[in-house]
Write a protein that binds this ligand. Structure first.
Ligand SMILES: *Cc1c(COP(=O)(O)O)cnc(C)c1O
Length: 408
């Protein structure tokens, strides 16, 4: 056991944008005994979770579940659709887009990276790390690729390092508008089950996701949702693969089984999570996250601090990135808040390290949880000597009180 004296009395506030807090209902479901993954009960569980997760992706096509973190499902999306030396187009929206880029490069894929140039005058942060995917730049690039050398466009739906949610339907329109056959591969590891996401309607070929964000599960399983075109292309893709290969996964998945030992207890948890999400209905889940996010943004505005997402139309319902004033080390502030109030906030990653922190508002939460998180941040800011313009707690209370909607 880990030393529980790390957590004094009361509950720890896990307000990072994933892993998100796991509800008791899911923890209890996962404590059931592990069963034979080739036995009859398992097939029923497998069929149920595969059918349920397809509803969450809003697809009627196959989904593959891997016993891996999200990074594994990133790799699976590429090795099943590409061959060595293939060209792909990616967009630098932040740290996770950069990591996917690095992974693709290591696999021997030729990645062309679109990045909005320059530094933002107000914050000194890279412009590309404050904005979403520029669909117009993708359209331009694909129109110029007359020989159709680019095999796939790979973008991040909800960039967890910045708090920007991109318009994926616009990316699809850009590809179609250019009359280009490239596949559309989308990372919705942190978007799925918190932000609206429509695999079929938005014409996505491969969606990549993971368990520990909107699905409210511990880390350890990940997903690829497929399109018929992706399945067809996968038959010709030559990058080496075995563990990640879709063919056997999809074939055995039809009966609810896996070619190797699946993560049985996490699948119990997934079954419970799907019940919770689908009982409520996805529109309610998405609305609730939008409302929580707006309350947290009201707090940040009241403090007088910049929100990292520069485009109000693209604010993330999953998390809010808060930029600290020049000279204030965001990580020192996070440490102070953690030590003093047992509240964990997301760190600034990559190019924004030390310049910002992230407040997660995804998954198992409610108004009062978020008010407490905002209060912890506000006390920490004052204690760190940051001059705040006004009370974020008051602004968030006003927001939640005057915007009834679904609170939980
Ligand atoms: C969390 C996350 C990942 C990485 O997933 P792991 O489970 O840590 O491998 C990738 N992309 C995004 C957008 C994420 O939020």
């Amino acid at each position: 056991m880990i030393a529980l004296d790390q957590h004094p009395s009361g509950r720890h506030f896990l307000q990072i944008p994933g892993p998100s807090p796991v509800p008791d209902r899911i923890l209890r479901a996962m404590s059931l005994p592990t069963i034979d993954h080739r036995g009859p009960e398992f097939g029923a569980l497998g069929r149920q979770v595969l059918q349920g997760i397809a509803q969450v992706f809003q697809t009627v096509h196959p989904v593959v579940i891997y016993p891996s973190s999200g990074t594994g499902a990133w790799e699976a999306a590429l090795v099943n659709t590409l061959s060595g030396g293939d060209a792909v187009l990616m967009v630098e929206t932040g740290h996770f887009a950069s990591l996917w880029h690095k992974l693709a490069t290591r696999l021997g894929v030729q990645v062309e990276l679109i990045s909005l140039p320059g530094m933002d005058a107000a914050t000194g942060l890279p412009v590309s790390w404050r904005n979403g995917v520029p669909a117009d730049r993708i359209a331009e690039r694909l129109a110029a690729d007359r020989e159709h050398r680019i095999r796939a466009v790979c973008v991040v739906h909800n960039e967890t390092s910045t708090g920007v949610t991109s318009d994926i339907a616009a990316v699809r329109r850009a590809i179609d508008g250019a009359g280009h056959p490239a596949l559309l591969l989308v990372d919705t590891i942190s978007g799925l089950a918190s932000a609206d996401y429509r695999h079929d309607e938005w014409g996505i070929d491969v969606s990549v996701s993971g368990s520990q964000k909107g699905l409210m599960l511990p880390p350890g399983i990940s997903f690829n949702a497929l399109s018929p075109k992706a399945l067809e292309v996968s038959q010709r893709a030559r990058l080496p693969k075995s563990y990640w290969a879709w063919d056997e996964m999809v074939a055995m998945g039809r009966d609810g089984y896996f070619p190797y030992t699946p993560n049985t207890n996490l699948l119990y948890g997934l079954s419970e999570s799907l019940d919770m999400l689908l009982e409520q209905g996805l529109p309610r889940v998405f609305e609730r996250h939008q409302r929580w996010a707006a309350g947290v943004r009201a707090a940040v505005a009241a403090w007088g601090l910049p929100i990292q997402c520069a485009d109000p139309a693209r604010h993330s319902p999953v998390l809010t990135g808060v930029v600290t004033p020049p000279g204030v080390d965001a990580d020192a502030l996070r440490r102070l808040i953690h030590e003093r109030y047992d509240l964990s906030l997301g760190t600034g990653l990559g190019k924004v390290k030390g310049r910002m922190f992230r407040i997660g508002h995804l998954g198992d939460s409610n108004d009062l949880t978020l008010l407490a998180a905002v209060a912890g941040v506000e006390m920490g800011l004052v204690q760190a000597g940051v001059k705040i313009a006004g009370s974020g707690v008051q602004a968030a209370m006003d927001h939640y009180r005057t915007n009834p909607g679904d609170t939980r």
